[in-house]
Every structure is written in structure tokens, then in C-alpha cells.
Design a protein around this ligand. Structure first.
Ligand SMILES: [Zn+2]
Ligand SMILES: [Zn+2]
Length: 342
């Protein structure tokens, strides 16, 4: 069959030859100018000023956004598409690309070009951060004492890590502010639901207690707006800490449902005690104080262990063979072996 338009060449698609088809169809449609918004504070990017995306590589992000605006006919399929940017100045770029299309079985390589104009616009997240926006405060506090530096660092890392993780999928989650307050820490969180989840996880990690309160902050579109406070109170003793109880040294194995499981370092047995007994606990060392030591010899449940600091050997109760390393704790100059799995 000949092409019905020119009558000279064979028809290959829709009754037209390749040349006539290309002359009568626009196969790739690109705007002459593509405007993109870039936030000068966080370099996130937006096509319309409403929906914003974080960028890891601004140039790649500009290209991806521009390519997503390239239009092809319904019966065409992109086999390959490539593009590069030529910078004209800080705000203006030329996008030059090529695409290999399959149009009803006919393969065509096409090139395209567009001018990209970057416009500066502060994204909603950055304007909220600069405006001090928050919906909830997470208050982390010690148990009738100031938090230790370790507790502060652990809480900070957990909160910052979770907020960052959540912020990756939802741009309205971020930390507006963080401050030291009454021996503890206050975190101002942009999103109340996120703050609640973070506070729950924090309380779970530390075996702490969580108290929720709210305060009317105003009205918006006929609805009351509340600001929430999640107070996470850390317990005096944490899993892994060492205590004196009934004249013996113990390590705390766990605390849940009002029961404490503790391990006697001298008798090498585990005990369960009621929650109320915690009043009799006396802190003697923190879980971070535990050390590694090497067993030199072993006999009848007692091992010679190399003291990590003095390099003197000491005898302690354990079931480890020579050459193995064990976890130990020093309390009042004495060394105790921890339970194998601690
Ligand atoms: Zn033709
Ligand atoms: Zn921004």
C-alpha cells in the first residue's frame, strides 16, 4: 500500500509513509519555557509552588522535573530518554535531550530543547521552620534529677533520627526547635501525630512514663486548635544498670508490667521482684560502665580474669573457658562477671 498523502512511498503507519507521518504529527511536545521553583533554604524543588520535593542533586532534580513535563502521543512509548543541562546563569538553563520512541512499531529518535527558568520561593516547610511553627512539644525529663549526658544524647539521637525518617515521606514533619529545660530537653515538633509516635518510642526505649496534655491554641476554620505536650519521664533505673538490693549487687534485666527481673552478680541467679521494691534499689553503676575482660584460666566455676586497667589477674565466678572474653563490671574495687547474654 502506498502512502495516501504523497502516493510515492510505502505506508508504514496509519496509511502514511514515515516522512509524511513525521511531517503531520508532533511526536514530542516540550514547553519552550519550563518554570521551576527552588527553595533557597533547603533546595527543595516544585513545579507549581504547592507540592515540593527534597533534592539530593539539584541538577538531576531539575532534569527529572523537566522531563516529567515532556509529552508524547498516546500511541507512543518511550524506549529511552536522556537529557542534560547547560547553565546560562544561576537561574537559567537549557535542557537538551533526546528520546527514542516506539510509535505503533515505528522507532524514531527525536531531540528536544527547552529553556528552564528557576524561581526562588521559600517552601512551606522552611517558612514554618522560620516562623517557629509547632503542634506539639516532647518534654524529656529525668526521674527527680537532671538527665545525664548519655541520656540526653540517646534521646536527641532517637528524636532527630525518627523526625528525619518521618520527614522523608512527609515534608510536614520536622523539629522546629530544641532546648535545655529544667535539667531535661524540650523538642518542638511540627506535627502532633508524629510527636506522639516519637514520644511513645522514646518512652518504650527508656522504659519511661508518658503523660499527654493539651492546651487550646486558637481556632482555625471553626475548629479548635490544640498544642500537645508529651512528657516522657525517664526511670531512675534502666535495663542493664547495676544496683544494690538486699545487700547484694544486681544487674537489671528488664522491667515491665510492674515487675523487675534482676540478676544477682554474686549468686549468679535471676530473681523477680515487685515494682514497689524499686524504692530499695540503690544505683551502683550504669550499664555503660560494663567492660570486656579476657579469661586466663578456669577451674570449678571460677576463672582467672585479666583486669582491664591494672592488668592484674583476679578470680571471679563465671563459666567461661580460657581465651574467651567476658563482660564484667567493677563495683567498689571488686570485679563481677555479667550474665552470658548481657
Ligand atoms: Zn507519504
Ligand atoms: Zn525549603
Amino acid at each position: 500500500m502506498k502512502c495516501f498523502r504523497c502516493g510515492k512511498r510505502d505506508a508504514v503507519i496509519d496509511g502514511l509513509c514515515r516522512e509524511c507521518y513525521l511531517e503531520t504529527h508532533e511526536l514530542i511536545e516540550v514547553q519552550e519555557y519550563i518554570d521551576l521553583f527552588v527553595c533557597p533554604h533547603c533546595l527543595s524543588i516544585s513545579k507549581d509552588g504547592n507540592r515540593w520535593k527534597d533534592t539530593e542533586d539539584l541538577e538531576k532534580s531539575i532534569i527529572d522535573n523537566a522531563l516529567s513535563m515532556v509529552k508524547i502521543p498516546k500511541n507512543a512509548r518511550i524506549i529511552e530518554m536522556d537529557a542534560g543541562l547547560r547553565e546560562q546563569d544561576e537561574r537559567n538553563y537549557i535542557l537538551a535531550g533526546s528520546a527514542l520512541l516506539d510509535i505503533g512499531g515505528m522507532k524514531e529518535e527525536l531531540s528536544f530543547e527547552s529553556k528552564i527558568r528557576l524561581k526562588r520561593m521559600t517552601c512551606p516547610r522552611c517558612s514554618r521552620i522560620h516562623g517557629g511553627y509547632y503542634e506539639a512539644i516532647i518534654q524529656v525529663r529525668g526521674p527527680n534529677r537532671a538527665m545525664t549526658d548519655e541520656e540526653k544524647i540517646e534521646a536527641e539521637e532517637l528524636i532527630a533520627g525518627m523526625a528525619e525518617e518521618m520527614g522523608r515521606s512527609s515534608r510536614d514533619v520536622f523539629i522546629t526547635d530544641e532546648m535545655e529545660m529544667h535539667g531535661g530537653l524540650d523538642f518542638y515538633i511540627s506535627n502532633a501525630r508524629a510527636a506522639k509516635n516519637i514520644a511513645k518510642e522514646l518512652s518504650r526505649r527508656f522504659s519511661g512514663k508518658i503523660t499527654e496534655s493539651k492546651k487550646l491554641a486558637g481556632r482555625k476554620e471553626g475548629e479548635d486548635i490544640y498544642r500537645f505536650t508529651y512528657l516522657v519521664r525517664l526511670p531512675e533505673f534502666r535495663k542493664g544498670d547495676f544496683i544494690e538490693y538486699m545487700g547484694e549487687y544486681h544487674q537489671i534485666i528488664s522491667s515491665s508490667g510492674g515487675t523487675w527481673r534482676i540478676y544477682s552478680l554474686e549468686k549468679r541467679v535471676e530473681k523477680k521482684v515487685r515494682g514497689g521494691e524499686v524504692k530499695k534499689f540503690k544505683a551502683v553503676a550504669r550499664k555503660e560502665d560494663a567492660e570486656e575482660a579476657v579469661v586466663i584460666s578456669y577451674r570449678d566455676g571460677e576463672a582467672q580474669v585479666l583486669h582491664p586497667e591494672t592488668y592484674k589477674t583476679v578470680t571471679i565466678k563465671t563459666e567461661k573457658d580460657p581465651g574467651e572474653s567476658i563482660r564484667i563490671i567493677r563495683i567498689n574495687g571488686e570485679i563481677y562477671a555479667l550474665r552470658d547474654d548481657e
